[in-house]
Design a protein. Sequence first.
Length: 702
Amino acid sequence: MSQNTSRDLHAHSQATSLENSSLEEREHGVDQPQEALYRLYLAAIIESSDDAIIGKTLDGIVTSWNPAAERLYGYTAQEIVGKPIATIVPNELRDDLAVIMQQLKEGKKIDHHETIRMRKDGTHVNVSVTISPIKNASEKIIGASTIARDITAQKKAEEREQFLSEVSKVLASTLDYQTTLSHIARLVVPHLADWFTVDLIDAEGQFNLVEIAHKDPTKVQWGKELRKRYPIDPHAPSGVPQVVRTGKAELHPVVTDEMLAKTARTEEELALYHQVGLTSVIIVPLIARGNAFGALTFIYTESGKNYNAKDLAFTEEMGHRIGIALDNAILYRQVQQSRDELHAILQNVADGITVQDAQGTLIYANDIAAQLSGFSSAEAMLAAAIDNRIFSEVLSKVEMKDELGNSLSHDQLPGRRALEGQKNVQAFIQYNDTVTGQTRWSLVKAEPIFDEYGQVHFAVNVITDITEERAFEQRKDEFIRMASHELKTPITALKGFTSLLQRRLIKQGDDETSLSFLARMDAQLDRLTKLISDLLDVSKMQVGKLDYREEDFDLDALVQETIETLQGMTQTHHLQFAGQTNVQVFGDRDRIGQVLINLLTNAIKYSPQADKVIVCVSTDQGQAILSVQDFGIGIVGFHQEHIFERFYQVAEPAEKTYPGLGIGLYISKEIVRRHDGKVWVESQKGQGATFYVSLPLRSEQK
Ligand code: ADP
């Protein structure tokens, strides 16, 4: 034992008595008797220090070695004092040692130098060393003292922190989860595992291996095949399925033969497990939004290491981060997929489709929409939309008009109105094709899309090119106009001859039967005339050419007269008249009469089992209200919205027996609309129907 060491040990035995001396005393000057005490005190500190404290000569020979040094490096003082300090320096760091010794000779102190030393058993240990030169009384450097601290744990924590930040970086780098996972696998293997796998559960509850890593690529291939042959049993009581079921990680510090025997389904599988040579396993869940959707498995095999609780905590943290990132990536992929699908669908529909954001800026357009708006492609249209000026310039070349030929500004387009919150907006737009100059027609429908706060988020526009349909409609209307006109002439002649014949027969005092036949013929001719004039009205309405003669007329008298005329034509129904308005209405008396005739004939026609119809007039809030109530078949809600459309008839098996063209209500609605009034229906299937007409009154009558 060296002199120093024996003195240190001696000092240690004295240390307890020193603890009682006052601090003041100890800090006081170092005179002779106290100097001895001071040395003893110092020795005691060295002895009990948690840090390794080592003395060495300038040649690198160890001169003192405290118990902490023994604990750290495994050598006793006896074994190492007098030996070179190089004993504890790994071969590859010998040069480093030479540099340190040189610095000491120059009197320099080395502070908190982080390096690696070798223990007696050959293992490495991370240490932080502070080395100070020791001078004698004449200031000559005679050696050095080293204070060394084991920083393995700190290093490991730092490394893990670093590792996690690497993982986070990888996770943030891309939303392509396959790439992300293989990056992560490269970080994990071989530092944290010999084998690393990632399994995700699918909608059917099956586990899919989405990543498998090992440092040897041939083994990866082998591992994949193995998993194909032995897929994970979703009902297995432990392992990945259990971790995903419970959301709780599994740590198996030591994998025993017994455990393998329990897991293996066949002898062959068990033999394979033995071949893999599992020593330790951790399985952690991947959790996102409170739901475990997969697991990470870390396996030690050939390296023979074992996982501990710290590793578990660390890998759980990894699982947590990867879980969230993976979930985001999967959601992103799903969103992208549905967006691509939607895009493919929208590109292939025959209609133009555009989407505007809340500010009205175009954010989506398909090619058809671009074409209809004068752009070469959807890309060109969207690119132009970014620069509002270009966009308006292109659009301004397209002069737009509404159905009646009035010029339309872009602010009047349905999209704008949808952005203001109006639902179901639609407009017929005519414009001149910028290339051919031909007049084209579009039906533009816009719908607002609301966010969760009820604010308009987007407006979706569907643009249908209806030029062909329009042209066809126009030809059809023209044909109807001509046909009706042509039909009217012979009917007028027929009517004339019928009344001539009637008069003759009466004069001749002919029998009743012939006269009644003639009367029925005349009634049929009236029906025919009405049908033709209705058709003619419809075609005139289409082009806005229906004439109105406007005057003040007595509403009550008109209703009374019309009821009387129609009462004469029905034997089945009693037409009752209720109420009184005493008002004059300004408008076309004949046309309003036509509306009432339409409503009354419908009421009679659609209530074959009933025997009355009630007509009622009243005034309410500046309006004259006219209602026609029947007790017939009624109309279900869905059809009520449509019966006022042109050619619309309720096509239900029971209704098939009713003759008609589906234009009476359309004409009535148009006439009432021209009078700034409204027409609507209240009805329930099988409960009869009440049709209402409201007409505004002149202000002095209100
Ligand atoms: P139509 O010539 O077919 O009667 P309308 O335009 O007058 O044409 O009416 C449209 C459709 O509305 C009818 O076909 C019928 O199905 C329904 N309808 C009209 N009035 C009534 C009513 N009073 N009761 C039940 N259904 C009616």
